[in-house]
Design a protein around this ligand. Structure first.
Ligand code: HAM
Length: 410
């Protein structure tokens, strides 16, 4: 009997060798500046109570209304695979009283997220993010820190072809004032029922409607940026001033609409110019009401999520991924000397070197081929003679140069 092969589910992104080296490299580069700024790791569940996302992310969003992987578990509870990370962080902070200690609570996380979107280049149903959140400070300096940590992450990777877009969604007063005029404007448009219903929950969503007639209809709609309260305006101006002093370029985009409903105040996206339709390599902002909406105290927060998959595409596009990722330092070919080879490899590995050994009886030629493929810098053929003399011939693969080295000096 012959069994059929099983394929990966549609739209999932997986990273296999050798590409997984680029994945690991990009992810660690995105995390490094967060660690350098004192953010601490939070390792969270990939599934949560569905209510966390419907309440936290918002019913008007595509993420909640169309894209959640929701199922009933064996105990009849409604469970959802996390579509994003902020709500889970907030749930964990509230549940564990982290907000009763030193503020702001500064954390980072990385992992898989799930959205049942139509798969295309740069858009997957299981994708990877690195994220940070800073909870419990209204200081505009934390907005600048959060943005600069992301900017530093992209710069560390060597990326140049991206821009930062930024706006402010204001405070409750700003949004209430704007909402009155925006709803008046939208009321005068001839809209279908579904669109009207979305507008009722969050009228800002209509700015994000990709239909050409809607783009046209919204082109003269009142912009929230013109309704900012004096406090919101001053906060935003201060953030921009800090970004200027950090030499971080930005473009103000008053029509930016984020895909999640919790945003307030400073909101931003990083757009890579070399990617197609899915050009946002990261995004984030303030969410000053989220904690109270999830049953916690009334503390503000700000953070971002960077898309690892899209950042890899951007890094490939800019050709900044190092060619030698994952290459071994040394490849040992034992010729009847396995015991010594393993000992040498173990010693060098514990000294931090990447060492591979040829396995099986495939002869010197086959083993040399494997050594070449491994990308190792050096190759060492270890025969009985070498072991007995205590001296080996070390070959530099790039130049072919061979030099005699004492085993004890390796
Ligand atoms: P987001 O903008 O929905 O924000 O996602 C952040 C990043 O994740 C996007 O810029 C993109 O690079 C990547 N991403 C999102 N969906 C997909 C997908 N289907 N396939 C591949 N990559 C994707 C958030 O998730 C917020 N939690 C960020 C945040 C943290 N805001 C405040 N704190």
């Amino acid at each position: 009997m012959k069994f059929e092969k099983i394929q990966a589910p549609k739209g999932v992104r997986e990273y296999l060798p050798p590409e997984s080296e680029a994945f690991e490299w990009v992810r660690s580069q995105l995390i490094a500046p967060a660690k350098a700024a004192g953010y601490a790791l939070m390792e969270l569940p990939v599934f949560e109570d569905t209510a966390l996302f419907s309440r936290g992310v918002g019913e008007s969003t595509d993420v909640v209304s169309k894209e959640m992987y929701t199922f009933e578990d064996r105990g009849g509870r409604s469970i959802t695979l996390r579509p994003e990370g902020t709500a889970g962080v907030m749930r964990a902070v509230i549940e564990n009283n982290l907000d009763r200690g030193q503020l702001p609570v500064k954390v980072w996380y990385s992992g898989q997220f799930f959205r049942a979107e139509r798969p295309q280049a740069g858009r997957y149903r299981q994708f990877y993010q690195v994220g940070i959140e800073a909870i419990g400070s209204d200081d505009p300096a934390i907005d600048a820190e959060v943005i600069s940590v992301a900017d530093q992450a992209f710069k560390n990777l060597g990326l140049k072809g991206y821009r930062l877009e930024i706006t402010s969604l204001g405070d409750a007063q700003s949004r209430a004032d704007h909402r009155v005029d925006l709803l008046k404007y939208i009321d005068a448009l001839n809209l279908d029922e579904a669109t009207k219903a979305r507008a009722e929950i969050n009228p800002l969503r209509l700015f994000d409607d990709k239909r050409p007639e809607m783009q046209e209809a919204m082109s003269k709609a009142p912009l929230l940026m013109d309704y900012l309260s004096p406090e919101s305006k001053s906060h935003f101006q201060t953030v921009l001033k800090y970004l200027d002093s950090l030499n971080i370029d930005y473009a103000i985009n008053p029509r930016m609409v984020r895909g999640l409903d919790y945003y307030t105040g400073t909101t931003f996206e990083f757009i890579h110019m070399g990617l197609g339709a899915q050009s946002a390599i990261g995004g984030g902002g303030r969410y000053d009401k989220l904690m109270s909406e999830l049953g916690g105290q009334d503390l503000s927060g700000i953070g971002w999520g960077l898309g690892v998959d899209r950042t890899i595409l951007a890094a490939e596009e800019e050709g900044v991924i190092p060619a030698d990722l994952g290459n071994a330092d040394l490849f040992i070919i034992p010729l009847g000397t396995q015991t010594v080879a393993i000992k040498i490899a173990t010693d060098l590995r514990s000294a931090g070197k990447v060492v591979e050994i040829a396995f099986g009886e495939r002869g010197l030629k086959g083993a040399m081929k494997a050594a070449d493929k491994s990308g190792a810098k050096y190759v060492l053929v270890l025969g009985e003679t070498e072991v007995n003399s205590g001296s080996v011939e070390l070959k530099t693969m790039s130049s072919g140069e061979v030099k005699s080295v004492r085993i004890s000096d390796l």
